[in-house]
Design a protein around this ligand. Sequence first.
Ligand SMILES: [Zn+2]
Length: 322
Amino acid sequence: MSTVSLPALSRVAVCGGTHGNELSGVYLVRERLKKKQQQREGQESFSVTMVMGNPRAVQQCRRYTEADLNRCFTRATLNSPISDKTPYEIIRSQELNGLLGPKGSPKAMDLVCDLHNTTANMGLCFITFSDSDWISLHIYRHLQRELATIPVRYIHFDLPKNEAYSLESVGKHGFAMEIGPQPHGSVRSNVFVAMQEGIELMLEWIRLFNSGTHFEGGSVEVFTLVKNIDYPRDPETRSITAAIHPELQDRDFCLLHPGDPLFLSFSGETLRYKGKEPLYPFFVNECAYYETGIALSLASRRRVTIPSIQCNRDRLTMGTDV
Ligand SMILES: [Zn+2]
């Protein structure tokens, strides 16, 4: 396969606090904003913009105040009219689109990395709407090779670009970096350090890419969302009637076979997975998804071939002249 030539990444954004109680990202952005003055300005081949996604929710240490910000980046919501009654997060999504986008335009950030935490035992996951964004997939492979302390995986939500709803979809390239387990509203040092190392490795990769390094192609493992499963619920009250089964708890990305235990009901009954094919569970018992009706998600696993890539440095020169 021939080498794909891609433009340099000259404007990069790292966002945290898009969910205000996911504290590794919140503190990572705060720390980097504090250190900004001391950074090697002028020596980098690219700018890094640090952004606190939802400052109002961060202040209150809540996921969101009126609407989930990380569901507000569809084209429809970004273009919706603002009135007195518009939820704060919709107004904020349009502000962020102005700062980091506009989505789909040449002015958009070259790369947006949005930092999240999960209560699920997922390690470090890239979450994106594309399985053919060579930049994200090469950065993913770099982290997978270099990060020894935590498993690194790539989750693909197979939605049309128009329906992509999360913040990183505003950039030309982008992914959420989701790390867990960490309870919301708290910070665990191992998770914080893994996030810090993940960001440093991403920036290192961009430096290498912009300087003309040739990255070999190959194949990488990708998990694609197949379906979500809700908790068993009381048909009248909608209250849940079972918890994740102890044999499934914390076993994200361990293959779930038909007949395997899924839930343990509050009356002590084991409820089993009734699907026809084995699939990989993730977001198992994610705290924030009780309200959205997701007890766990299931993915299929496959290998994706990625081409060799190299920065088109002619375009870099043209880009800086404009
Ligand atoms: Zn989040």
